[in-house]
Design a protein around this ligand. Structure first.
Ligand code: FEO
Ligand code: CA
Ligand code: CA
Ligand code: CA
Length: 656
């Protein structure tokens, strides 16, 4: 059962070599098998995926979405959550974004025949293609059962638990910002509901057994017309800070454009244009943008409930979230990162004290622990200490008297968390991706994937982000930072930190400060997961090293903060690093197909099946057909099940 498995004393497998082919490579002694590809129907009566990609958008309510990302395996017993069950489960996963893979070729955008249309309607799309993308975003819940031969799992088609949450689903807004004027739209004048979840990136599990899915690049699907003369200066500042200036097109998805060419689609598609059109906020979608960028809670065992956006955890480009080990009678603590260049690391400390009786408590437990508490942002100091600053309205700079950004109330602080972080002097990080907490040491690890704005003149240099992107190639490869809360108390407001490892190709001597070799060199760490034994799994999403190897999954057995030595980076910055050249406790376990990102990870309670996701195989790499249907050519994202050939525990001692 979970929890009583000891951490292996060594990584007893042979490292997988660099690989640039179209298959996947896993360590000797293991099997890897792809399942649940994009478009796989989970209900009868839905046609199979077609390689010409002409299936209807609405059908994605009953099939796997695109670009699989974070996921979690929820053990199931009867109809209830059972964290110890491995035979039967609900596998819940994110579908982060869409690209041409799910659309018929050549349908991305066309010039608007109306050449007098406003700037944001210069190029337009068809409703049917936008709808397909809208329904292929979000989350899938699928029931899985162990195969009859005992190896791996198969989907239970037509299970009543199989369900999609998409960018068209109605979602509840909860917590301190719910009901705020800043969240009121034509869709919901009460500011307590919105339509859609978007760009779900990493995954989190709550201590009570719900799925926490994160809205990251929600900017992608929004546009904003000309409205500077109508909205407040504060809201304009915020739109710009979150990447959506006036006449901005976000990520260029153009989901708002069918509204321009066909009036009958006005509300379905106009809501992606987050511009004020005159009148007041209840007559347009100026606030729709404010209703995205949250941690979203889903109870996979309660198919009739709406997903809930938890505003107390702040609004930003959430990557994932991880809870600190819970202690009866102590607050629940969640760690989170904002993945954009120079953004911040946060933690949330609930007001409610943990009770083991809440396991299986669903969204009611979520209401108890995630709607009231204190959100903090991290300051990393060059001396190896750090501080948590509270995002609490009325304290310090977070008042109406702040001359730069006046904060009216707690909803204002949470919805504009980035502005609040600025006001508190938080440390700009090199793109915080996944966070995970070690069950062995209680220390918190965050991947900092890379940052092209890390230069002395843009974000400035500091000991926590010590490599200059312009000055050397090291910073292109990212690093992993970690900290120990004061007194090992996760509610503390100070901590000690160091850098666990610097990612680098092994031939980059100046920046290979962790002494990585051909068995473990990596670039752009992203997915990160401590399994319950304390094995650290690291996944990569790399654009800097793919000429030498495709993206990968590594296993590591890290030490503790301050067990390393002082180093000086080629940018001349002194810092401390744990992972050393003589430390062999990290090895490459798996390499994915060309052009993919390896992301999402969950281990079954019996430790015998490791699920990971292969996202966007063949991206920008013509000729890759990994994941295509038999006879087809379109590569598809999919879930991969890794099992040990001898039927044993993943990384178990039996291989010795
Ligand atoms: Fe969706 Fe920051 O990765
Ligand atoms: Ca990621
Ligand atoms: Ca990434
Ligand atoms: Ca990705």
């Amino acid at each position: 059962a979970t929890g009583d498995m000891k951490r292996p004393t060594q990584l007893n497998f042979t490292a997988v070599a660099h690989y640039t082919g179209n298959d996947m490579m896993v360590a000797d002694g293991y099997n890897a098998e792809a399942i649940l590809h994009v478009g796989t129907p989970f209900m009868s009566g839905i046609e199979d995926w077609k390689d010409n990609r002409e299936q209807t958008g609405e059908s994605f309510q009953y099939r796997m979405g695109d670009n699989h990302d974070g996921m979690w395996f929820f053990g199931k017993n009867g109809e209830k959550y059972d964290p110890k069950s491995s035979n039967n489960a609900l596998l819940v996963m994110n579908h982060e974004y869409t690209n041409e893979t799910i659309n018929p070729a050549g349908t991305f955008s066309t010039p608007n025949p109306d050449t007098t249309a406003p700037a944001i309607f210069k190029n337009i799309r068809k409703a049917t293609d936008v709808r397909r993308e809208c329904y292929a975003h979000g989350v899938s819940v699928v029931e899985m059962k162990r195969r009859a031969n005992g190896v791996g799992y198969e989907m239970v088609k037509d299970s009543k638990f199989n369900k999609r949450y998409t960018s068209a689903s109605e979602v509840k807004l909860s917590g301190p910002a719910a009901g705020s004027d800043l969240l009121k739209t034509k869709y919901d004048p009460t500011g307590t509901k919105t339509r859609g979840i978007n760009n779900q990136c990493g995954a989190g599990l709550s201590p009570w057994g719900t799925y926490l899915t994160t809205e990251e690049n929600f900017l992608n699907v929004f546009a904003r017309g000309a409205d500077k003369a109508i909205i407040s200066a504060k809201e304009d500042t915020s739109r710009v800070r979150y990447g959506l200036p006036e006449n901005g097109l976000g990520g260029g998805y153009l989901w708002h454009t069918p509204s321009k060419v066909d009036e009958k689609f006005t509300d379905e598609f106009a809501r992606w244009n987050s511009a004020a059109t005159g009148g007041n906020a209840l007559e347009d979608y100026r606030n729709a943008f404010n209703t995205f960028g949250y941690i979203v809670e889903i109870d996979p065992f309660n198919q009739s409930a709406m997903a809930v956006k938890r505003t107390a955890l702040g609004r930003f480009a959430h990557e994932n979230c991880a809870y600190a080990p819970v202690v009866e009678g102590k607050p629940v603590v969640m760690y989170m990162g904002d993945d954009a260049r120079g953004e911040y690391i946060y933690k949330f400390v609930s007001d409610a004290k943990w009770s083991n009786a809440d396991i299986g408590g669903g969204l009611k437990a979520g209401d108890k622990y995630l709607d009231k508490g204190t959100l903090y942002v991290a300051v990393f100091k060059d001396d190896g200490t750090g501080e948590w600053k509270a995002l609490t309205h009325g304290q310090g700079a977070l008042t109406n008297a702040n001359a730069k950004y006046a904060f009216a109330d707690q909803a204002d602080v949470l919805i504009h968390a980035r502005l609040a972080g600025d006001a508190l002097g938080a440390t700009k990080m090199d793109r915080p991706e996944w966070v995970s907490v070690s069950p062995v040491t209680g220390e918190v690890y965050v991947t900092l994937t890379n940052n092209s704005n890390r230069t002395p003149t843009k974000h400035g240099m500091n000991a926590a982000n010590p490599r200059n992107y312009a000055g050397d190639k090291g910073n292109r490869n990212g690093h992993i930072i970690r900290w120990a809360e004061k007194g090992n108390d996760h509610t503390a407001t100070s901590f000690n930190w160091d850098i666990y490892l610097f990612a680098a190709p092994n031939d980059l001597t100046a920046e290979n400060l962790s002494g990585l070799n051909a068995n473990n060199d990596l670039s752009s760490p992203d997915g990160l997961y401590f399994d319950p034994r304390g094995v650290l799994w690291i996944q990569t999403d790399d654009g800097a090293y793919t000429s030498k190897t495709n993206c990968m999954l590594l296993a590591a057995l890290p030490g503790k903060v301050n067990d390393g030595k002082e180093v000086t980076t080629s940018a001349g910055i002194k810092t401390r690093v744990g992972m050393q050249a003589n430390d062999q406790n990290i090895k490459r376990f798996f390499v994915g197909p060309k052009g993919c990102e390896v992301t999402g990870i969950t281990l079954t309670p019996d430790f015998k099946t490791l699920f990971i996701n292969i996202q966007h195989p063949g991206e920008d790499q013509p000729g890759v057909t990994w994941g295509a249907i038999s006879g087809g050519t379109t590569p598809r994202s999919a879930t991969v099940m890794i099992t040990k050939k001898d039927g044993g525990v993943i990384l178990g001692e039996s291989l010795k």
